[in-house]
Write a protein that binds this ligand. Structure first.
Ligand code: ZN
Ligand code: ZN
Length: 117
């Protein structure tokens, strides 16, 4: 258990919140959510208009993103473009099931499907 640590993944850090930090600050919206496995930053996925998760990974040098969607537990490394198996991270490991996808509630435009990347 001790030496199974993967550099760039810190299982002890809780997620930053229920939604993309930057989208919430900018009144934006997201499709799916991703969690930085190093610092817990929650950002929006590459299909979302603003792609904050990947931008965070690039700007911070934190290569591992994991899904913050209920029932998903994969890790993705933006440096190698490969999926990985990773450790169980600090709870919660997804946004609340009651939270809509896309989200957040009330901010998603009617034509959101046309705005996906
Ligand atoms: Zn975002
Ligand atoms: Zn990070």
């Amino acid at each position: 258990m001790t030496d199974e640590r993967i550099p760039g993944i810190d299982p002890s850090v809780p997620p930053s919140g229920d939604g993309c930090m930057e989208c919430l600050a900018a009144q934006g919206w997201w499709f799916h959510l991703r969690r930085c496995a190093a610092c817990g930053h929650i950002g929006c996925c590459d299909s979302s208009p603003a792609q904050h998760a990947t931008r965070h990974a690039q700007e911070s040098g934190h290569p591992f993103l994991t899904s913050f969607e209920p029932g998903e537990d994969w890790f993705w490394n933006i440096s190698t473009d490969e999926y990985y198996d990773g450790p169980a991270l600090a709870a919660p490991t997804s946004h609340p099931v009651s939270q809509p996808t896309p989200g957040p509630a009330g901010r998603v435009p009617a034509d959101w499907e046309q705005q996906l990347h």
